[in-house]
Design a binder for this molecule. Sequence first.
Ligand SMILES: [Zn+2]
Length: 459
Amino acid sequence: VRPTTFLKPDWLYWDGELRDDVALGVGPDGLVTGVQPAEEVPQAARLSGRALLPGMVNGHSHAFQRLIRGRTEYVSSGHPQDDFWSWRELMYQAACALDPEGVYVASRQAFLEMALSGITSVGEFHYLHHQPDGTPYDDREELAHQVIRAARDVGLRICLLRVGYARSGYQLPPNPRQRRFLDKTVDGLLGSVETLKGGYAADPFVTVGLAPHSVRAVPREWLEALRGRPERVHMHVAEQPAEVAACRSEYQRTPVQLIEEAGLLGENFTAVHAIHLDDVDVMRLGRARALVCACPSTERNLGDGVVPADALLNAGARVCLGSDSQATINLLDEARQLESHLRLMRLRRAVLDPGSGTPDGLAKRLFQMATVEGARSLGLSTGALKAGAPADYFTVDLNHPTLVGASRGTLLPTLVFGGGMAAIREVVVNGKSLVSEGHHLLLSRSREDFSELARRLFS
Ligand SMILES: [Zn+2]
């Protein structure tokens, strides 16, 4: 049996503080044993010039969308302007063209970039289920298996949020490009969830959640059928004004009201986006202690709007972060943009500062969204380093040009507001190294396969 190993970085983020006087213990099972005064463990491995922080948790991802990065940043012909709905057609084009191996290759590249950015767990909102014509694969969960395999090959924990998708939308004709997403019945969705849970029950790195896609794509009866389920429930909510307007036409209710009445709103529920809310919606989400997953890089990229995180937090809701469309993959940047967008809207600074009066109070809150709250949203026991929790962490190079000069009290705000991705040097999941000195073993293999896939799809 391997003994407990000890790590002594310059600074260790432990219990919400950067400590320079302790070493982190990691047991042979990959779990944190605790911290000890550094002088009591002279054998500790010295991580010189490094700070060590808990790994980040990406609450919302569509991995395959990494393929369309850089391919949609213009007004395409036939559209008076570019918006969410025209972007979506281009995204569907990629979604329709992928075979199972393509799903694996695209997902692996996205997950690899996540690992390099200090993400150690991902919630994958998975809606590609069937063959392009809508026929199920022989193994109905074929594409879910490919996404999970990609995450595990890279080394990430994954919560596969199995999406249910029933229809194009209220009073909308079927869209042939959505055939790969559809379940005929809500029992079909729940059957898939049970199959996946059973299949991965013995794998501690894989969990399964439920994801009714949106009030547009899932009718009220489906939502009601999901009431009381044990899984985490994630759902796109109020991303676009048109979605809210359609919900009002169909149900005379806002999406949040509909979800509350269906019995889904609670601590297990994550509303992804939650942008176009009225005051009562904010109150409902807060009262339920629900999570909101903000994805600011995608929301700005698509022109969705800004998550009113200040109002939501004041009302009692929790906020986590996601890379969503993979326009960029960097949860520190998501945290930075969430706060920055609110500054532009509210015309003041430090909008989300909880009022600690310390230079790092706001950065701690934002970092908590990227770690603890993401883990809460996915139901994972990671997100903070503490005794008994998995040793999921990353290190940063304190001598990196974007961090140099930071003190113990300003490192976290320096990292959150100005840190570059290249400052992230080691990434570890369950005590096992994925990224070392900024390098991952799959880097060149994944680059070659992904480049080839992109050439094939878009040439
Ligand atoms: Zn999404």
